[in-house]
Design a protein around this ligand. Structure first.
Ligand code: SDX
Length: 374
């Protein structure tokens, strides 16, 4: 019986999950029962990773053990470093990341076994992504090779990997909160891609490779880079109103606004807005924050749309001096926790994901030999 087509699978409930709940009408985001506002205020990325993978907050010992394990897993295999060195310096960092994750399955096959043991692969990928990004960007920036730096937290290590400097305490906390906020988001497109791959009993690294390729799109994770391009085009606050209204009049999308699920402000945007202001004040540079606030005012008045998670993140990364083409890779270095948590859940309750389509093409056509076709 042909069902009604739900384009983009909008509002289709595909499976049961215990990982993440989004209340789009109230603007609430819950990881394993905990409100994102509590986690952003009081937790760390490592603690949230443990929560998403294991379904409960860790004890102090379990958290210390995970921190140590992730630090131990930062070092890349030599073959992978050589693969990264062979990539052109002009490669898109998301392409480099996707290539590296795919190659890791070749160099570390033991971590790719489908099933509960994939938690080892989940921790390996989470620990390795900053090292992969750091190795790639340091070569193109002629910075010294990366060191494992086990004493640094995951957030601080990510900044060190990308910039070859340690973050200030405020910077490290801003990045830690950004990583917490990006860690999971129910069945967003990249997580769904990971689950589809895992549902065939393919391996974790293949599922994360699918997810990285999906996150790259500007309608998904790629939006945070496009937001900063937009701010560059607008230039100053006094040009924002005219520029944005003209963009909307051309029926163009303003990146960083709108969401398939949230009908009010994305709670992650609310928290990131505050961090954009706090970092801007600390650095004496509120240019992006003020420009974003003006864009928010115009887009909401003209189109009734709200900011999503991608609107403010780039302004935070820019204040640290992180290059713009690394913003989506930073998103990926957090979301890898959510992707792998969902893959593990899929392995626990496996069901091949295979929807159908409503066929609207012709049927029963007569085959004509090529010699008789005009
Ligand atoms: C992420 O799914 C997730 O959870 C994703 C994410 C996660 O954590 O994984 O939250 C991360 O991807 C956030 C979204 C980042 N993308 C962007 O900021 C790109 C800009 N946003 C849009 O393209 C759009 O809002 C989507 C893709 C996010 C959602 O689009 P929908 O639900 O398919 O809505 P739609 O495209 O049908 O738009 C409905 C209306 C349309 O107007 P009409 O044509 O009916 O007049 O709203 C308009 C759209 O034109 N609209 C926008 C707009 N977003 C929607 N108009 C201008 N600018 C926008 N950003």
């Amino acid at each position: 019986m042909a069902g009604e087509v739900q384009r983009g699978l909008e509002d289709v409930v595909a499976l049961e999950s215990r990982i993440c709940f989004i209340d789009g009408r109230q603007g609430r985001l819950i990881y394993r029962g905990y409100d994102i506002r509590d986690l952003a205020e009081r937790s760390t990325f490592e603690e949230v990773a443990y929560l998403l993978w294991y379904g409960r907050l860790p004890t102090a010992t379990q958290l210390a053990d995970l921190r140590q394990r992730l630090a131990e897993l930062r070092t890349l295999p030599g073959e992978l470093v050589r693969e990264l060195d062979a990539l052109p310096a002009t490669a898109n960092p998301m392409d480099a990341l996707r290539t590296a994750v795919s190659a890791m399955a070749i160099f570390e096959p033991q971590e790719t076994r489908p099933g509960p043991s994939s938690i080892g692969g989940a921790q390996r990928l989470t620990a390795a992504l900053p090292s992969i990004l750091g190795t790639f960007v340091r070569r193109r920036a002629h910075l010294p090779p990366i060191a494992a730096r086990p004493e640094l937290s995951h957030a601080a290590y990510l900044v060190y990997a990308l910039l070859d400097r340690e973050p200030t305490e405020l910077e490290a906390r801003a990045i830690d909160v950004a990583l917490i906020l990006h860690a999971d988001h129910d069945l967003n497109a990249s997580t769904f891609a990971a689950r589809v791959t895992a549902s065939t009993l393919s391996d974790l690294y293949s599922a994360v490779t699918s997810a990285v390729g999906t996150l790259k799109g500007p309608l998904h994770g790629g939006a945070n880079e496009r937001v900063m391009e937009l701010l560059g085009e607008i230039g100053t606050v006094d040009r924002a109103e005219e520029f944005v209204k003209a963009k909307l009049a051309r029926h163009e999308r303003v990146m960083g606004f709108g969401h398939r699920v949230y009908k009010v402000e994305d709670p992650r945007a609310t928290i990131l807005r505050d961090w954009s202001r706090r970092l801007g004040e600390a650095k004496g540079d509120l240019h992006y924050y003020r420009l974003l606030e003006k864009v928010v005012e115009v887009v909401h008045r003209e189109k009734g749309l709200y900011p999503n998670v991608d609107l403010y993140s780039g302004s935070i990364y820019t204040l640290l001096g992180i290059p713009q083409d690394l913003y989506t890779p930073i998103f990926a270095s957090s979301r890898v926790v959510g992707w792998t948590a969902h893959v593990l859940e899929e392995y626990e309750d496996l069901r091949l994901i295979r929807p159908t389509s409503l066929y609207v093409g012709p049927t029963d056509l007569a085959y004509v030999p090529v010699a008789e076709r005009s």
